[in-house]
Design a binder for this molecule. Structure first.
Ligand code: URA
Length: 232
């Protein structure tokens, strides 16, 4: 790949900005200064240094967002803010969310630009774990718990797949599901004559929402978290 293109991909600057940096001798590749913007470099192995910071090219990038309420899981919408308004603007046309959350649901959203992985993790055959913190209107009894865990009728052809309920207190539970039907958790709780008052996703495919991320904040996934996603 041309060096100026690579620097652009690394978000060091626009194509014209990085050309200037290169010709001014501000960029080194594997320890040597390179001054020709069209110099071909091996993007897989090149170690780029600029202003004392090291950069390596990664084909795919992954971000987690702590989604606030009132935000749509979509790439664009003319009226309502979307998750892409909270993420770096250069991700808008390249990155996609691994599954959706309702507008009023908060918590973990993961976006990435490996379309094949997104597709694979969303396939109904792939039973990727999704864990939610659910605030409910009233306590669950033992029958409700069994029904939710063994499969509940939410008006689809089949009952929901097995799930796991963990009681936190009378009004809060963890519910782990492996499917992603429309409004699934709200419909499951309705089916046992309850109601969801608040819903927050806290993990997806083995990756947990970082407790240090405030609502609306994002960060890149660590290498370990990326590995975990691919292990699904
Ligand atoms: N289940 C729901 O009802 N809503 C969500 O946003 C996610 C799961």
């Amino acid at each position: 790949m041309r060096l100026d293109k690579l620097l652009g991909e690394l978000n060091i600057g626009t194509r014209s900005e990085v050309k200037k940096l290169i010709t001014k001798g501000r960029i080194s590749v594997n320890g040597s200064i390179v001054t020709k913007p069209d110099e071909k470099v091996d993007e897989e192995s090149a170690l780029i240094t600029y202003e004392g910071r090291e950069y390596r090219y990664k084909k795919f990038s992954f971000y987690m967002l702590n989604k606030p309420e009132g935000i749509l899981t979509a790439n664009t919408d003319s009226d309502t803010p979307t998750i892409m308004d909270l993420l770096p603007k250069e991700l808008r046309n390249t990155h996609f969310s691994i599954g959706r959350l309702d507008k009023d649901t908060t918590g973990l959203i993961i976006v990435c630009n490996d379309g094949e992985l997104v597709h694979r993790l969303l396939s109904p055959k792939k039973h990727v774990d999704k864990k939610y913190l659910v605030t409910i209107e009233k306590p669950l009894n033992d029958t409700d718990i069994k029904t939710l865990e063994n499969g509940v009728d939410i008006g689809e052809k089949n009952l929901t797949a097995q799930s796991k309920v963990e009681i936190i207190d009378e009004n809060n539970i963890y519910l782990t599901i492996h499917e992603g039907k429309f409004h699934q958790i709200k419909r499951m709780l309705k089916a046992v004559d309850n109601n969801v008052l608040a819903l927050k996703r806290i993990s997806l495919g083995g990756v947990s929402l970082d407790r240090n991320l405030q609502s609306g904040q994002y960060r890149e996934l660590t290498d370990q978290e990326i590995k975990t996603l691919y292990e699904n």
